[in-house]
Design a protein around this ligand. Sequence first.
Ligand code: FAD
Length: 550
Amino acid sequence: MTMRWWGWGSDDQGFDISTRPRFWPWLQDRLASPELPAQAPVERDAIGCRPVRLPEQVLARIAEVVGEVNLSTQAGDRLTHTHGKGYVDLIEARAGRFEAPPDAVVFPATAQQVAALLGLAAREGFGVVPFGGGTSVTGGLAPRGFEPSRPWVSLDLGRLDGVLEIDGQACIARVQAGILGPKLEEALAGAGFTLGHFPQSFEFSSLGGWIATRSSGQKSTRYGGITDLTIGLEIATAEGLVRLDDGPEGCLGPDWRQLLVGSEGTLAVITEATVRLRKRPERQVHRAMVFPDWERGLQAVRELMQGDRRPAVVRLSDAVETEAFMHLRESQGDGRPGLLQRLVAWYLARFRGIHRQAGCLLVLGFEGRHEEVERDLHGARHLCESLRAFDLGPGVGDAWHRGRFSLPYLRDHLLDRGVFVETFETGVPWTRLPDVDAAVRAAVARAVGADGLVPVLLCHVSHPTAQGACLYYTLLARQLEADAVGQFKRYKAAVTDAILEAGGSLSHHHGVGQLHAPWLARSTGAQTTRLWGVLKAAFDPGGVLPAPPT
Ligand SMILES: Cc1cc2nc3c(=O)[nH]c(=O)nc-3n(C[C@H](O)[C@H](O)[C@H](O)COP(=O)(O)OP(=O)(O)OC[C@H]3O[C@@H](n4cnc5c(N)ncnc54)[C@H](O)[C@@H]3O)c2cc1C
């Protein structure tokens, strides 16, 4: 499935906003913007692509490695491999700005071809950027550190998409790195297993990309992040293939494979991973509760994670995000809330002290064996109700689960109407969470207010552990069309500075990339950026791959 060059999803897959008539009036009102004018992406044919800078003889050698049909210098392929899927990527793509496209795209079929290509690149002096699913939101697909005049190739791993072996007894699989989420889960499901890794970008992101960015999925509280799921790796360097795999139970020196988890394509190309599997759950249940306020919701999540219940999904929305969800629910006709919805709202306000402007939605998901799910759900409900939550039953939770991959499609509709939309995420210990949250809210109010605009800031807490959680924000504002990138940079800098000053991490699961590089040394210390350089010299001495984001 090929993703749209200007947005999310493929041409035969989208998100029907017309079935959610309450959303636009709500947003326009919140943004204090009665008009949200249409803004279409430029026509594909109007976009130029700079000439290919690789000499013919080098192209011929690349073709010898991967086969002629698996080397493309066509503008279409080069453009779809230029950007990731962050806000600025989409703004640039929609405006037809593709300033530094790759000179060619290659589609190798084997790990040996990947290594041979890296060797050739080292000898011929062109750069290589690994490309998994292309969903990076941190500028991870840019030719970072390459001289502007240096030709480079995008290495698309999409043909390395096989599940090579499933060891059912040990719950382990060997999988090629270019496989996308749906194909991987389908193959594992056929054998009765799951990896349990479901980032929101699941439909279009790859196993190798998850590992390279140290990704975290929506069910990380049960299954862990990709760091926990990766047991072994096969990597390709210019010198050949290397296995970093001392088995699930080994302790042979440092954990070498973890050097590659989060290496963001700078050290080597991940061609294969050995991963932990879990048996497919007998039962899945989703439940939504609404709390009278954010503080009680936070307390419930923290106590839940510090107790002995183990939900798979935990997602607590603040009052504004809760309101946004309610306005995004599908409805018929004029979209006014139905009688039942109005009755529930009246009952909650009148008898439970849960008011529309303050109520915070908590979505919980449990999965596993029947009795385990029943016990944990019962325990969680009991805890939440002791903190004055109201159980909305399975309907809202199931609706969240059905739509769990659809919000990226909504972003395209927002861009179509000239809305600034960006997410910010940080990992925080419970003790610092209130300070970081307050700092982000103040920074957003200041930065967006300085542009004379009204922000709509949605927030949720997810990926919690006993120690802390991820604070995840979505900022909406009217886009300053003539200065869209400048507007983004100001808001990003304001929020990131606020997060770091208040004690949050630079990123919880999006990684570093080009976007966060300016803050890395401040965040992890100069020593760690120096160490990244040492690793680079060891794994990729010829500088074939992008430079570390330091
Ligand atoms: C709408 C949306 C929702 C998202 N939701 C989540 C989420 O819930 N959780 C989350 O963790 N992330 C999320 N992301 C971020 C992104 O999907 C992740 O970073 C993902 O892991 C990237 O995978 P990919 O295959 O698309 O990698 P790419 O975007 O292709 O590459 C990302 C980086 O990894 C490198 N790379 C890719 N493959 C390899 C390889 N085989 N070997 C070496 N380097 C490689 C690339 O060079 C690049 O630096 C989201 C992004 C979007 C746009």
